[in-house]
Design a protein around this ligand. Structure first.
Ligand code: SF4
Length: 500
């Protein structure tokens, strides 16, 4: 192989360029040939460290990145395989990871994934047995097993992060999730796509402040007319294209200079990102040939000494956007930002009530905890815990939380909201990247459960608890049993010997 992702990303002096390829539903033909040719040309060019191959993008079925990636790797191009949590449960995911290790495919981008799209016969079941943090933890665990059995080549796991969030709640929980991913074993990150340089800079400042010491690559996209419209309309989760940029792109395509301007735009943004400290760029939107990538890389070499000149072009100055830090170009002035998200009065009462109930009944250090344990044990021995569940736990929790009877309650990790009924992707360690202006990627009329949790807790200065320790996956074997009894008998995910 000409370039090796692991080596390049481990060498701080190297500016890493990766290229995203998106296979479709075909197993042969023109489209697939084009993708393979782009990978071959990228390999010959020698400036691309790895191609990354998507995993059922948009939740719709596509050729698996595993086999296609294996083929490309055999031809000399290193590969990053995207690995999402949407389509298989933990058993299927571990099996896939074993297969990838067996094939020598060691670079993984661990993602929660877009919500389910349509396959044969209609919409697929959204599995989301794990979130991306738990998936990363599983891959780290597999790495330990590989090392113990004498393997030297282990997975290099990366993650995604989106700085392009508009509200304080989304921004803060998104960044805190990045920390969790790193704690779980992520050793590089790739941003979502956006064009606001102050947001890109915000991520670097946060990473610095939070000691997130991993290389971060910034996403760049060759923005065509159709993609710009879709992204502006919010139809690509986590991606942001402003109205101003959309207008510009449409005008450029109108006067015939669209593609050239799109290439110039990513070359300019690329050098600015390099200038402010990004370790590399991740190029997307390349569907026809490698020529446009080569052009962009040549152009970057040509203009990089002048990168400061282009910075202003990418300052969106959106007064409705939350910026965590003072505006970098005008240090000393805090950007005006008026929080738009207002919770209902009932939300506060709901939070206070459940938090108090939790402190009284579900804290193992509570004065009466030994008594609850004894009661739970006796109900369990007499096989009557079902009565507690049916007559007390179920009515109460269904009313308060639309409880799904997991038997392994996780509300205490999400501001006393339910990660099962409240989040279509059942995230337990922080939000997915798909929320938009605080609202859920899937249920667009509802606040993202993590955003809601953030504002419930902010009032009491408790948001640090929201994104604290790693939350292990739920235990499916407890489904339909009493979560109250399971908690007191140390059977659920919070048992001391299970917590990471
Ligand atoms: S509730 Fe939040 S984390 Fe869950 S799917 Fe919606 S946007 Fe993603």
């Amino acid at each position: 192989m000409k370039r090796n992702f692991n080596d390049d990303i481990s060498t701080p002096e190297k500016f890493v360029v990766t290229l995203e390829l998106v296979p479709g539903r075909e197993i042969a033909g023109q489209k697939l040939d084009k993708i393979k040719k782009i990978a071959r040309d990228a390999c010959d060019d020698g400036r691309i460290t790895a191609v990354s191959i998507t995993d059922n993008p948009g939740g719709n079925p596509a050729l698996s990145p595993d086999g296609l990636g294996y083929e490309m790797k055999a031809q000399g191009m290193d590969v990053i395989v995207h690995f999402t949590c949407r389509d298989t449960n933990r058993v299927g995911m571990e099996s896939r990871a074993l297969q990838l290790a067996h094939m020598g495919m060691k670079n993984i981008l661990a993602l929660t994934g877009d919500y389910s799209g349509k396959g044969f016969g209609g919409r697929g079941t959204p599995v989301f047995d794990f979130d991306s943090v738990i998936l990363t933890s599983m891959l780290s665990d597999l790495n330990m097993r590989l090392i113990k059995t004498g393997h030297s080549e282990i997975f290099r796991v990366g993650c995604a992060v989106s700085p392009f969030k508009f509200t304080e709640g989304e921004t803060r929980v998104q960044y805190r999730k990045l920390e969790r991913k790193v704690e779980a074993g992520s050793s590089f990150a790739i941003t979502q796509l956006g064009y606001d340089i102050d947001k890109y800079q915000e991520l670097l400042l946060y990473a610095d402040e939070a000691d997130v010491d991993i290389p971060i690559l910034a996403s760049l996209y060759l923005l065509g007319k159709g993609a710009a419209k879709m992204m502006n309309a919010g139809r690509v989760p986590g991606v942001h294209v402003s109205n101003t940029l959309l207008t510009k792109v449409l005008a450029e395509f109108e006067d015939g200079s669209g593609k050239r301007q799109a290439m110039e735009r990513i070359a300019r943004l690329g050098v600015v990102l390099k200038g402010i400290g990004y370790r590399g760029i991740h190029l997307g939107g390349i569907h026809d040939s490698f020529d446009s990538v080569a052009w962009v890389l040549d152009r970057m070499e040509e203009i990089e000494h002048n990168w400061q000149e282009y910075r202003e072009e990418f300052q969106e100055n959106d007064e409705h956007c939350y910026y965590m830090y003072k505006k970098p170009a005008e240090m000393g002035t805090v950007r005006p930002y008026k929080e738009k998200i207002k919770l209902k009065v009932g939300d506060n009462c709901h939070y206070l009530f459940l938090r108090t109930a939790h402190d009284w009944f579900f804290d193992k250090n509570a004065a009466l905890a030994p008594v609850y344990k004894k009661i739970s044990s006796s109900l369990d021995k007499s096989k009557t815990s079902w009565a507690l569940k049916v007559f007390l736990e179920d009515p109460f929790k269904k009313l308060m939380l639309s409880c799904q009877s997991c038997g392994d309650c996780g509300i205490q990790h999400v501001g006393f909201l339910c990660p099962e009924s409240g989040c279509p992707k059942h995230t337990r360690n922080g939000p997915c990247g798909g929320s938009s202006h605080g609202y859920c990627e899937v249920n667009e009329d509802k606040l993202c459960v993590w955003v809601r949790a953030f504002y419930r807790m902010k009032r009491y200065g408790e948001t640090d608890e929201l994104t604290g320790e790693f939350v292990p996956p739920r235990l499916w074997e407890l489904k339909g049993t009493s979560s109250w009894v399971n908690f007191h008998l140390d059977r659920d995910h919070q048992a001391d010997d299970r917590a990471a």
